[in-house]
Design a binder for this molecule. Structure first.
Ligand code: HEC
Ligand code: HEC
Length: 323
């Protein structure tokens, strides 16, 4: 039987409905939606894009080469955007796919793509040649981002040093059409970033942009198990270590119900100090790129926490590192 990706898609649709609600409550007002004209603004747009690509949406996690001799596999310096990391059946991919070269190299990167072509890949999962991308590339989430945020990421990608790294072709066992999820939004024009004054809605937006769900919601046969939304249990076999994502729902017994906002924030902030990840914990390493998320703004981290308090508590005991 072919794998069916409809369920995660439906769930994403539900998330989208929630987002539409945010939008309708927001009167189109958004702190990040001002059009920019002068050089100063261009610098700000690139800075915003860099922030998202490195610390929220983590393009520079998957699209760089990770160094798992350190805790949480920070990207190896100089490999930002060059691609080459692979994902296979251990991550529920029916075959093997490779993060592609997204530097401005005109042969092996995306140097010849227009901004709109790059935006289409990021938010609709359609490559320049019309191929559908496998949804491990989190475009079903990025599809809910504001147009300004997406184009700021593109502005930042343009500043990456071109690199000629040639990434192998993917090999998939299913026709891609089978895996293509219905998307949250038909057009980026209608996406609005919720105002920061509503921390829960804003937190949902940031968390969607950070694709936390993809690791923290368990998968069975290629489908997210939505009654266990954020309840952990996804096992990652990284060869040198095996780790299972924990339950981050507000359940007090098995989730993070007992964590205060301050504890949650401190957990992320800990990894702002390189000393805290510049060691190899061996079998207790993590696939979660803490070293990158660590530099998310305090406000954005707190907003994620506030949103996570509002999702259903699910009782689901997970051993991160079973013996
Ligand atoms: C979880 C890992 C992951 C993250 C995070 C991720 N990507 Fe990807 N990306 C991939 C993979 C894997 C592919 C190739 C998919 C395939 O071959 O079907 C890809 C493909 C792409 C492509 C298409 C390139 C081409 O040649 O067709 C672009 C552009 C891209 N990603 C940009 C981004 C940007 C920008 C971000 C951040 C907003 C991002 N990606 C975040 C894994 C990721
Ligand atoms: C690439 C997969 C991945 C992504 C993406 C990811 N996580 Fe995790 N996360 C894990 C794994 C695996 C662990 C367990 C190992 C560890 O503690 O690092 C974990 C641990 C945690 C913990 C510690 C919980 C505990 O009980 O110790 C928190 C909190 C957390 N993640 C929140 C988040 C949030 C919020 C996001 C999005 C901003 C996120 N994660 C994105 C895989 C991921």
């Amino acid at each position: 039987m072919q794998r069916n990706y409809a369920v995660p898609a439906i769930c994403l649709a539900i998330i989208f409905i929630t987002f539409s609600f945010f939008i309708s409550c927001n009167n189109g007002e958004s702190s990040g939606n001002n059009k920019t004209t002068n050089d100063d603004s261009v610098t700000k747009v690139i800075e915003r894009g860099k922030y998202l690509a490195h610390h929220v949406s983590l393009c520079m996690d998957c699209h760089s080469q990770r160094d798992f001799t350190q805790f949480s596999g920070p990207p190896k310096a100089g490999t930002e955007g060059i691609g080459g990391d692979f994902f296979d059946n251990k991550l529920d991919v029916p075959g093997i796919i490779y993060a592609r070269n997204i530097t401005s190299d005109t042969v092996n990167g995306i140097g010849k793509w227009t901004d709109d072509e790059i935006a289409r890949a990021i938010t609709k999962g359609i490559s320049r040649n019309g191929d559908t991308l496998f949804p491990l590339m989190p475009y079903p989430h990025y599809n809910g981002m504001s147009k300004d945020d997406v184009y700021s990421i593109i502005a930042y990608l343009r500043t990456l040093q071109p690199n000629s790294n040639k990434v192998p072709e993917r090999k998939l066992m299913i026709p891609m059409a089978m895996a293509y999820p219905p998307l949250q939004s038909a057009s980026l024009e209608s996406n609005v970033k919720p105002d920061v004054s509503d921390m829960v809605k804003y937190g949902a937006y940031i968390m969607n942009s950070a694709a936390c769900m993809d690791c923290h919601t368990p998968m069975e046969r290629g489908q997210f198990v939505m009654p266990k939304y954020m309840a952990g249990g996804r096992k990652f076999d990284m060869v040198s270590f095996v780790v299972t994502s924990p339950n981050i729902t507000p359940d007090s017994a098995t989730g993070i119900g007992k964590w205060s906002e301050a504890m949650f924030l401190e957990k992320f902030k800990l990894y702002r100090d390189k000393a805290s990840y510049a060691s190899n914990p061996g079998k207790n390493n993590s696939i979660m790129p803490w070293s990158m998320y660590a530099n998310m703004d305090d406000f954005d981290i707190k907003a994620i926490y506030r949103y996570l308090r509002t999702i259903p508590a699910v009782n689901n005991h997970v051993d991160k590192y079973p013996l």
